[in-house]
Design a protein around this ligand. Structure first.
Ligand code: ATP
Ligand code: MG
Length: 418
């Protein structure tokens, strides 16, 4: 679990601001759900035989004897909220949730025990148009952020029935080669054979490559749905790769699944993963409602953003205010507050704690601000403030205090250009 320090947060805030703006533009509304839920919710939603439920959940018993779990993902809580707030009844919802998720995984680069997701869900729509729109939204997010090293992979898992017959074929195939399976895969063979396809063990890859393929087992309607989605993505000129071995780590998916992957983050290649979960809401006791969504891994996306835009947006002050002790420092305090009223678009820093001019100038220099405002007894007596560019050669000028708000923009432009 990591601290996120101010230097890194610029990139986070930029990503969050761009994502919020885009989600609003596509008609998605924010929802906030608790960070803890009853353990039972995740067991039922994510599936008993998934890595997340089997070994990654932070589960504890509270004082009242209830078993609670820190949420490992967002979709289950959103589905629960829709049901418990009576929001279904044939209605449609486009929702997003942002915040921390918790999984007890082996920590490594790009894989943390507390990590953040944007969880984006469209509920009450059968698609494939909404599947395509969601993917278009995620593609636009990469474009807005200047992130180019991502590729889209697609697959369809079909209906639960189609998946059952595929599962039988897969189990037969792997059972015939059981001696070549690693311990994890052997365990999955009876509980969740589809997850074997998701194994990251290189020794398992040749065996996986020879396994039967899911698309060969798809039912007619899922096939049509998938063909429709592919056609729409082509019309939108969104490139994709078909990956017949793409499965997801959570059990609730049906039909469309997709993943944005990257080669820029080492072993952790998934930055945004999603798909359709038409059965989940009914399975949790709500009225049957189709839904589709994705989860964006914020830490991984921030890392891509930092690689694409190394300098990032700056928190450096633009105006640094220096004053001598006594009345001028009082006047400087008033001046900077007045500037914050009248020119709120700039970042100001006051030489807090005072000190002699030399010390204050040193701090102003270190702050990176292009312009210093100086108020001493002499300036105050004449009702002016001195303006000194800190990163350019041009000399010091003066400006009547009352005219400063109007002249600040020009002075800053000059200080930057000089
Ligand atoms: P992975 O295959 O990397 O384990 P996953 O299939 O478990 O991912 P999801 O549960 O679908 O991932 O979560 C959606 C996204 O959240 C992932 O694409 C990834 O970017 C991010 N993510 C998942 N687990 C972690 C983690 N432990 N630390 C940081 N980011 C994570
Ligand atoms: Mg995982």
């Amino acid at each position: 679990m990591n601290d996120v320090l101010p230097d890194a947060l610029h990139a986070w805030q930029h990503l969050e601001a761009v994502a919020r703006e885009l989600l609003t533009a596509y008609g998605y509304a924010e929802i906030r759900v608790p960070i803890v839920e009853h353990t039972e919710l995740f067991r039922r939603a994510i599936g008993e035989h998934t890595d997340v439920v089997e070994k990654e959940m932070y589960t504890f018993t509270d004082q009242g004897g209830d078993s609670l779990t820190l949420r490992p993902e967002g979709t289950a809580g959103i589905a629960r909220a829709l049901i418990s707030n009576g929001m279904l009844r044939g209605q449609r919802h486009k929702l997003w949730l942002a915040g921390p998720m918790f999984r007890h995984e082996k920590p490594q680069k790009g894989r943390y025990r507390q990590f953040n997701q944007f969880s984006v869900e469209a509920v009450g729509l059968t698609g494939p148009d909404v599947d395509a729109e969601l993917i278009a939204l995620s593609a636009r997010l990469w474009r807005r952020l200047g992130i180019t090293r991502v590729r889209l992979q697609l697959n369809s898992l079909g209906t639960p029935e189609a998946r059952r017959s595929y599962r039988t074929a897969l189990t037969e195939y792997f059972r015939a080669q059981e001696s070549r399976l690693d311990a994890d895969s052997r365990r999955r063979l009876t509980a969740n054979p589809l997850r074997i396809l998701d194994s990251k063990n290189p020794d398992m890859q040749p065996l996986i490559a020879g396994a039967p393929l899911l698309p060969d087992y798809l039912d007619g309607e899922s096939r049509e749905h998938f063909a429709g989605l592919c056609e729409m993505l082509q019309a939108l000129e969104i490139d994709y790769e078909l990956n017949p071995r793409l499965v997801r780590g959570l059990d609730y998916y049906s039909r469309t699944v997709f993943e944005w992957i990257t080669d820029a983050l080492g072993a952790q290649d998934a930055v945004c993963s999603g798909g359709r979960y038409d059965g989940l809401i009914a399975q949790l006791g709500g009225e049957p409602t189709p839904a589709v969504g994705f989860a964006l891994g914020v830490e991984r996306a921030v890392e891509l953003l930092r690689q694409a835009q190394p300098q990032g947006p700056s928190g450096t002050p633009q105006v640094y205010v220096i004053a001598s002790a006594g009345r001028p420092s009082l006047e400087a305090l008033r001046l900077i507050e007045r500037l914050r009223d009248l020119r709120p678009e700039y970042r100001y820093e006051l030489a807090l704690g005072g000190g002699n001019f030399k010390a204050q100038f040193r701090r102003a220099d270190r702050s990176g601000a292009p312009l210093a405002l100086i108020l001493g007894e002499a300036e105050l007596a004449r009702g002016v403030v001195a303006l000194k560019p800190l990163r350019a050669e041009s000399g010091q000028t003066e400006c009547p205090l009352a005219e400063l708000p109007a002249r600040l923009e020009g002075a800053l432009a000059q200080a930057r250009a000089g």
